[in-house]
Write a protein that binds this ligand. Structure first.
Ligand code: BES
Ligand code: MN
Ligand code: ZN
Length: 501
């Protein structure tokens, strides 16, 4: 997608479609809504529709007008931003996404967005929201349809009023382009089926991404994983004919302080059958997205490499299949993790925590990571608790949690903190080993997090359970159904927050 900036009156911009924001002013001024622009011709175009009540400005409302009088654009798409007092960059991002999806479905591939005037946020934030919204909206998951019509948006023009600061707005566009592309990079990976993205193929994609972005990348496979005594990781991989891959990516910019070293650890089960504790057939095909945590870390690293914050970041992606076979691990087996802790396997379907246990240990002991963040489609219990609206977030450190919460807010992503009380530790006690890999049905998201906590030692750590949010069963006006790319934007903001100090 070509993205450009024009500083000019929006009414004078020649484009297939000019998107303008309409706002609902009902909370302030009963008489009218309004378009967020200072330009008289644009106000005039909307005025009659607003007076008649046909256009209210409610969130994601879309109204297309053809050959508007006094305006150079072929069409105008008036897009609702919701209540004026609440209108924020997240509303604008969704609105831009909805507009993009509406237009591409109608074969309109070139659009311009008039930056809203009089909004309660900066022009830079508006630019970022509009660009990310359109890029995220442009993604469709129909990769392998043979009649796939390439309906991708060709160009987006951001129209800023005269007097705008061109340099700052261009920088905001560039930043948003990187973030939007990286989120979509993650979504492409998550969308791939298990036969087209084995651990080896994921490692190849990671290597390619790293090479293109000047990142260091190393892939450890079976022999190295065994040599490192990663007994928890290997126990998941041993049942599969496909070798595992421990993907290690390093970003250490010149001049960055020695401390902190951030460690991003991702679960990347390229297909989760459950292993010997096999899953029911119904819906099992969805378990191709069990690598969404690892894919999120790859997307975040891609953006970090391009945005270049002055902070050291390593990613560790634990890629494996979870398969039943004559070589597969069995319930009752005992495994020794890289940290030396012994684990009784109760359920081979609780495999994510096993690969992450060794991934976290590796990040901490071999890469010197001082702060750890993991992301994983870890538990069905998290989906039961929070549905598909919020991801689960756990933290052993309040300061780090607050920092992540701020990043979530900036990125416009939703996660809800769940507890890690010591009492839950009892639920994963084992009679034969140090811990067991399943605490049963009750509090399943928490006991999974408690298991991971055993492997972070005293390091500040955040765990993101994205099982319910990494895949959307229903489309929304601003985003296709399928892989969401959750956590990518927050991770990027979180990492950048360390460089901003
Ligand atoms: N990958 C699943 C979790 C999952 C469930 C992700 C639904 C996305 C949607 C994970 O490996 C798993 O199977 N977890 C088990 C743990 C249980 C056996 C303790 C679960 O949640 O049922
Ligand atoms: Mn599983
Ligand atoms: Zn899984």
């Amino acid at each position: 997608m070509k993205i450009d900036l024009i500083i000019r009156n929006a009414a004078d911009v020649e484009t297939d479609c000019l998107v303008v924001v309409a706002i609902d002013k009902a909370d302030k001024d009963k008489s009218s809504g309004g378009v967020l622009t200072q330009e008289k011709p644009l106000q005039d175009v909307a005025q009659e529709l607003i007076s008649s009540g046909e256009l209210t400005g409610r969130p994601l409302e879309l109204l297309m007008l053809y050959k508007p009088a006094g305006i150079k654009a072929k069409r105008i798409l008036i897009a609702g931003g919701g209540k004026e007092s609440k209108f924020n960059p997240n509303d604008l991002r969704k609105m831009a996404g909805a507009a993009a999806r509406h237009l591409k479905a109608r074969n309109i591939r070139n659009l311009a967005i008039a930056l809203p005037s009089g909004a309660h946020f900066t022009a830079e934030n508006a630019v970022r929201a509009a660009v990310i919204g359109v890029m995220v909206g442009d993604f469709d998951p129909d990769t392998y349809k043979s009649d796939r019509k390439d309906q991708r948006i060709e160009s987006l023009t951001i129209v800023a009023p005269t007097g705008s600061d061109e340099k700052h707005l261009r920088a905001a566009i560039e930043e948003a382009r990187i973030i939007g592309e990286s989120q979509n990079f993650t979504r492409e990976l998550v969308n791939e089926p298990g036969n087209r993205l084995t651990p080896t193929m994921l490692a190849d994609r990671a290597r390619k991404m790293a090479a293109e972005n000047g990142l260091e990348c190393e892939v450890l496979s079976t022999n190295e994983i065994k040599a490192l005594k990663m007994g928890a990781f290997w126990s998941v991989s041993q049942g599969s004919d496909e070798p595992p891959a421990l993907i290690v990516i390093k970003y250490s910019p010149p001049g960055a302080p020695a401390d902190p070293v951030l460690g991003l650890v991702g679960k990347a089960i390229t297909f989760d059958t459950g292993g010997i504790s096999i899953k029911p057939a119904d819906g099992m095909e969805k378990m191709k997205y069990d690598m969404a945590g690892g894919a999120a870390m790859l997307g975040a690293m891609r953006a970090i490499a391009q945005l270049k914050p002055r902070v050291r970041v390593n990613a560790v992606i634990c890629a494996s299949e979870n398969m039943p076979s004559g070589k597969a691990q069995k319930p009752g087996d005992v495994q020794i993790a890289m940290s030396g802790k012994s684990i009784e396997i109760i359920n081979t379907d609780a495999e994510g925590r096993l690969v992450l246990a060794d991934g976290l240990t590796y990040a901490r002991t071999k890469l010197g990571c001082t702060h750890l963040v993991d992301a994983a489609t870890l538990t069905g219990a998290c989906v039961v608790a929070l549905g598909m609206v919020n991801a689960g977030i756990f933290a052993n450190n309040d300061e780090m949690y607050e920092r992540f919460k701020h990043a979530l807010h900036q990125a416009g992503e939703k996660m809800w903190r769940l507890p890690l009380d010591e009492e839950y530790r009892d639920m994963i006690k084992s009679g034969i080993a140090d811990i067991m890999n399943s605490g049963g049905r009750y509090g399943g998201a928490v006991t999974a997090a408690m298991f991971l906590k055993e492997f972070v030692d005293d390091k500040p750590w955040i765990h993101l359970d994205i099982a319910g949010t990494a895949w959307m069963d229903e489309a929304k006006p601003f985003i296709a159904k399928g892989p969401s790319g959750i956590a990518v934007r927050s991770l990027i903001e979180f990492v950048r927050s360390y460089a901003a100090q």
